[in-house]
Write a protein that binds this ligand. Structure first.
Ligand SMILES: Cc1ncc(COP(=O)(O)O)c(C=O)c1O
Length: 398
């Protein structure tokens, strides 16, 4: 057996081996998965824009006009009108002076954090931050202080200890696997008091929460006050890529020093054009954001009525805690057999012992299908001994 084969075997033994599933068509509330129609409850295409005719049309048109690829990094010869148009529009939407596009959210986080926190400084990171933030901290060569999830007291203690070495606080706005929202007002206050920057990752917040879908920073009334707001185009905005909003000085600095910007090919122009079309749709049809919230409530309530614990957070990300990785995958397969697809999430995406199904709703789901899905999940969970008896829940509610 090769060493690689042994490592794969170990992953299998721990219930952590992953494989790809094949989606036969565009994203939507219902998709064909490995040849079967299923209800899709684990896409980040929250507003149903990835397959919107205007977004597809904009991508197709831009591909015909600008070609399939940008051909080079932005700083060499890959900077095109679709990039700069999208940057201007994103900055205005988020209430910032300037925006800078990156190839993906992963690249935006790693490049930006490593540029803003340097050797000898300290970066402060929530323990449940996304892997791309964790990797950005690792790349930065700064010391990383990981504070307990959402615990501003713990963070304040770390900041006091770091003194003038404190460079950057970084947090998910909406946490990707739990759906809860960071205590942004307190974080902004601490950043100000300790003279360090605050960076918020709005990957799951843009298009999903806040006024007109402007995100968690806008929802907290902190637009322009949070120093760096990162967001992605591959989730609610239905395309691919990411951006960082900040003042012009900061984006100019990132353009010069963020290695994942400098040394990486510009986004394909069609992808940027699709992102712009999606942003225009979000701004002209803000009711999509309201429908997303309504659908989230529907699913959450329907799962709770099945005796399932779905966490406190009220956003469109609805985690169903299972615990053990193997059991989470077992539940995932059982509901898939019944036509509902919500991927099991295991370590290292979530901490050991906190495997789960991560349900995400889309604004395009229908109420009845969400309620029906919750019943199917409830039945499967009961088969595995994971949820309270329905009659017991009904009695409690009475
Ligand atoms: C919170 C968060 N930040 C960053 C990313 C990375 O974004 P992208 O998929 O564009 O690389 C993700 C996506 O998975 C995410 O959930």
């Amino acid at each position: 057996m090769t060493e690689i084969a042994e490592r794969l075997e170990e992953l299998r033994d721990r219930g952590l081996h992953r494989r790809l599933r094949l989606i036969g068509g565009p994203q939507g509330p219902r998709v064909t998965l490995d040849g079967r129609q299923v209800l899709l409850l684990c896409s980040n295409d929250y507003l149903g824009l990835a397959n919107h005719p205007k977004v597809r049309g904009a991508a197709a048109e831009a591909a015909m006009r600008w070609g399939a690829g940008a051909g080079a990094s932005r700083l060499i010869s890959g900077n095109m009108q679709p990039h700069s148009r999208l940057e201007k529009r994103l900055a205005a939407f988020k209430g910032y002076e300037s925006a800078l596009l990156f190839g993906s959210g992963y690249l935006a986080n790693t490049g930006t954090i490593a540029a803003l926190a340097r050797d000898g400084e300290v970066v402060f990171s929530d323990e449940l931050n996304h892997a791309s933030i964790i990797d950005g901290c690792r790349l930065s060569r700064a010391e990383t202080f990981v504070y307990r999830h959402g615990d501003v007291e713990h963070l304040a203690w770390g900041l006091r200890k770091a003194g003038d070495r404190a460079a950057l606080i970084v947090t998910d706005g909406v946490f990707s696997m739990d759906g809860d929202i960071a205590p942004l007002a307190e974080l902004a206050e601490l950043a100000k008091r300790h003279g360090c920057r605050l960076m918020v990752d709005e990957a799951h917040a843009t298009g999903a929460i806040g006024p007109g879908g402007r995100g968690s920073v806008a929802a907290a009334g902190l637009s322009g006050e949070v120093d760096v707001v990162m967001g992605t185009l591959g989730k609610a905005l239905g395309s691919y890529g990411a951006y960082v909003c900040a003042n012009r000085e900061t984006t100019d600095y990132l353009l010069n020093t963020a290695r994942s910007f400098v040394f990486s090919t510009a986004l394909p122009p069609a992808v940027a054009a699709a992102g712009l079309a999606a942003l225009e749709l979000l701004q002209s049809q803000p009711d999509r954001v309201g429908r997303l919230a309504t659908n989230a409530r529907t699913l959450r309530n329907a799962l709770a009525a099945e005796g399932l614990e779905v966490g406190e957070a009220g956003t469109h990300i609805v985690p169903l805690a299972v615990g053990d990785a193997g059991t989470a995958m077992n539940l995932c397969e059982r509901i898939l057999e019944r036509g509902v697809f919500a991927q099991g999430i295991r370590p290292p995406t979530v901490p050991e012992g906190s495997s789960r199904l991560r349900f995400t709703v889309m604004s395009t789901h229908r109420r009845e299908e969400l309620e029906r899905a919750a019943q199917l999940v409830g039945n499967a969970a009961r088969e595995l001994g994971l949820s309270a008896d329905r009659s017991a829940v009904a009695q409690l509610a009475a």
